[in-house]
Design a protein around this ligand. Sequence first.
Ligand SMILES: [Zn+2]
Length: 285
Amino acid sequence: MSSPMNLPGARSVFDNHVHLTPRGENVKAVLRFQSKGGTAINLISLPDMEAPPSGYYETVYSKTLDMANRVRAETTVKVMVSVGPYPLDYYMFQKAGLDPEDMMRRGIDMAAELFLDHRVNAMGELGRPHFPVEPEDLRKITGIMEYAIEVASDIDCPLILHTEDLGQSGFSELEHMASRHGIAPYRIVKHHALGADFKFQSMITKSTLATRDNVHRAIESGQDFMLETDFVDDPGKPDKVIPPDSVPRRAIMIAQQYEDWERIFSRCFEEVPRKVYGIDLLNPD
Ligand SMILES: [Zn+2]
């Protein structure tokens, strides 16, 4: 049995969706990831209930950028950063008596500026809540998502979407939105793609939770995919959504169970991230 850790040559093991907070495990979680063979993460901004609603995104984005720098200073893990208005921010602004559409559009513009300044690599996670919402709110929330797609298209920025479970029709809706706004559909990442979503093809990039079942389904589909933990770093709920070292653990499983594991690794941990984000995870700059 071969283990990816003791094979010659540089190799990337990438978690495409991680949240960290100064109040949680933060760098320690990344060290757990690193100790199992993880080499790169996509650090995604996390809603912050303590941040004041006015000036909210300045606070949230700068905390994310600071956290990325801490991880870079204290680990060998390569960190790419994504920032954007989280879908549920909509209700937070509503409760605070602010106009959610206006606030979230400004959050999108601010993320776009950071992207143009090369301080972040992608926009997200944004999109729609994962539970049913009132038709009027749904219309506005979808409008905000389309605005993000439009902005991303203008500046050629990758976009990470959080949505309800989509199924084939939902993926087609996203493909249509992408083509309407002129962004390459593979630049749009459906975060939390389900194992069942690998039964059909889509030009939207699928990123799936690194569970054993999802990994098998993704590999056997022959499709492009990325793996993620969606680790939330909640001090009250350790290892939420799944533990931070899950991607390297699944990488070891892949190396043990698949003859062509090297090809799977290069595709999932190097070629797909390069195609979607335009970054080389093997040769950090
Ligand atoms: Zn997330």
